[in-house]
Design a protein around this ligand. Structure first.
Ligand code: PEP
Length: 247
């Protein structure tokens, strides 16, 4: 049985003092031991988020990291820094990182390896544009992204990875993929993992859907066979996140 995982992606929102208020508000709403709950927060909010959630079921994640251990990379954050600060998860390859910060499948792969080296669990994002969906290449595109991201990992590492399928046309738009659309791609991702890492990894890996999920849409999405939870942007900053976790 795969444990469900619901992660919030706060993006570039909430100062440390605002983060403390929001965390205090969300703690009682997301208290559910059947679900792994992760708050992926801006780097500057990590110390206070780790401190405030230390006796709760919530784990803290980062929204990005660099693929080198340390050195002259001004403005970047190293995996060892995240680990030392108490971070457990790290989002890699979010479409906004790809669009605005030139992230590629190759740099995502380097980061995934580094994350495992430091005991961080990667949440690897993939997803197609609207144009790619209209061209009928969604499955090929997403499977290619996943194959490159997972290159060189052991089946055990792949089993411990989280993949977030996030159609770009659904991120921050209020347009949610239908449960059938989301299931079709998540099932293709699992088949792709099966072909490269075997049955055990494919049955263990957790695949999230992300893209305008709310408390209203979460129950039917999370009921689909290959959807093991969600990566949530906008709604993770509101009490609605509690409804999503409990869905
Ligand atoms: C995201 O940024 O990962 C995301 C899914 O955002 P939203 O839920 O706001 O569409």
């Amino acid at each position: 049985m795969r444990k469900r995982i619901v992660a919030g992606n706060w993006k570039m929102n909430k100062t440390p003092s605002e983060a403390a208020l929001l965390i205090g508000e969300l703690i009682p709403l997301v208290n559910n031991d059947n679900v792994e709950v992760v708050f992926c927060v801006p780097a500057i909010d990590i110390p206070c988020a780790v401190e405030l959630t230390k006796d709760t079921n919530i784990k803290i994640g980062a929204e990005n990291m660099y693929f080198e251990d340390k050195g002259a990379f001004t403005g970047e954050i190293a995996p060892g820094m995240l680990k030392d600060a108490g971070v457990k998860y790290v989002i890699l390859g979010h479409s906004e990182r790809r669009q605005y910060f030139a992230e590629t499948d190759e740099t995502v792969n380097l980061k995934v390896h580094k994350a495992f080296e430091y005991g961080l669990t990667p949440i690897i994002c993939c997803g197609e544009t609207l144009k790619q969906r209209e061209q009928g290449i969604t499955i090929e595109w997403v499977c290619m992204q996943i194959k490159i991201a997972l290159l060189g990992l052991t089946p055990e590492q792949i089993a411990n990875t989280v993949i977030a399928y996030e159609p770009i046309w659904a991120i921050g738009t209020g347009v949610v993929a239908t449960k059938e659309q989301a299931q079709e791609v998540c099932s293709a991702i699992r088949a792709c993992v099966r072909s490269i890492a075997g049955d055990e990894a494919a049955d263990a890996i957790r695949i999230q859907y992300g893209g305008s999920v709310t408390g209203d849409s979460a129950p039917e999405l999370f009921a689909m066979e290959d959807i093991d939870g969600g990566l949530v942007g906008g709604a993770s900053l509101k009490p609605d996140f509690g409804r999503i976790v409990n869905a």
